[in-house]
Ligand binder design. Structure first.
Ligand code: HEM
Length: 210
C-alpha cells in the first residue's frame, strides 16, 4: 500500500510542478509538453518516457487497489462478528473516506485523460496545444468543469493526508511528538499539492491565464 502510494505521490508532485509552468506562458508550457514526448530522441523512440510512465502508473494504481482490498478483507476477518454498538465518529474525515475518495479519484483520472491527453472531451482538444487546451477547459462558461476538478483535487488532498500519515505508521508506533510531526507533514504536503493544482483552473477562471 505504502510503496505504490508513495510512487503515486511522486507522480502527483512532479505533475503539479510541471503544471505550474503554465504561468510562464503558452510557449514555455507547450514546449514542456513537447519535451515530455521527445526526451532522448532520435536515439530513443518518441514518447518512450510517457509510455513507461503510463505502464508504471497503471501497475501502481492496480497494486494500490489490490493492497487496499487485501487489507480491508484482513480487517474484516480479524473481527468477523459485527460490533453491537458502533460509535458514529471513528477516525478523521480523511480516514473514513479512503474507499470512496479512491473511487472518485479513479473516475476523475479517466475523465482527465479523455480531456487533456486525448482531447476527446476538451473544447479545443488539439494535440500539441497543451496551453490552449487547459485555457479552453476552465473558461468561465465551463464553471462546472472547474467545480468537478476542484472537488476531485480536494478528494486527492484528503486521500493523501490520510495515506501519507498511514505510510509513516508502516514504520511503527510513533512517540506523541513523532505522531504530531507525521500529522503535520501529511497535512502540509497535501495542502501544498491541492493549492498547486487548483491554482491553474482558478488562474484561468479569473483571466490570469487565457
Ligand atoms: C487542475 C489540475 C490539473 C491540470 C491543469 C492538469 C493538466 C494536465 C495536462 C495538460 C495533461 C496532458 C499532458 C500532456 O499530454 O503532455 C495531463 C495529463 C495527465 N494528468 Fe493531469 N492535470 C491536473 C490534475 C491532475 C491530477 C489531480 C491527476 C491525478 C490524480 C492527474 C493525472 C494525470 C495523468 C495520469 C495524465 C496522463 C499523462 C499521460 O499522458 O500519460 N492530473 N494533465
Amino acid at each position: 500500500m505504502a510503496v505504490t502510494g508513495l510512487l503515486l505521490v511522486g507522480f502527483l508532485y512532479a505533475h503539479m510542478i510541471g503544471n505550474l509552468k503554465i504561468f510562464f506562458g503558452a510557449e514555455t508550457f507547450d514546449h514542456y509538453a513537447h519535451w515530455l514526448r521527445t526526451i532522448g530522441t532520435p536515439l530513443l523512440p518518441e514518447a518512450w518516457y510517457l509510455w513507461i510512465q503510463r505502464a508504471v502508473l497503471t501497475v501502481a494504481v492496480l497494486g494500490h487497489i489490490v493492497a487496499a482490498t487485501i487489507l480491508a478483507r484482513r480487517a474484516r476477518q480479524a473481527r468477523p462478528v459485527k460490533y453491537a454498538h458502533r460509535p458514529k465518529v471513528q477516525g478523521s474525515y480523511a480516514a473514513r473516506t479512503m474507499r470512496w475518495g479512491g473511487v472518485i479519484i479513479l473516475l476523475f483520472v479517466i475523465y482527465h485523460i479523455l480531456d487533456l491527453t486525448t482531447g476527446t472531451l476538451n473544447p479545443n482538444g488539439v494535440a500539441g496545444e497543451a496551453y490552449a487546451n487547459v485555457a479552453a477547459d476552465f473558461a468561465p462558461s465551463r464553471w462546472y468543469v472547474t467545480l468537478f476538478y476542484t472537488l476531485s483535487i480536494v478528494a486527492v488532498g484528503f486521500h493523501l493526508r490520510h495515506g501519507l500519515w498511514s505510510a509513516v505508521r508502516t514504520f511503527g508506533q510513533q512517540s506523541p511528538r513523532g505522531e504530531l510531526y507525521a500529522r503535520a507533514t501529511a497535512l502540509v504536503l497535501s495542502l501544498v499539492l491541492v493549492v498547486g493544482y487548483l491554482s491553474v483552473p482558478f488562474a484561468v477562471l479569473v483571466g490570469l491565464v487565457d
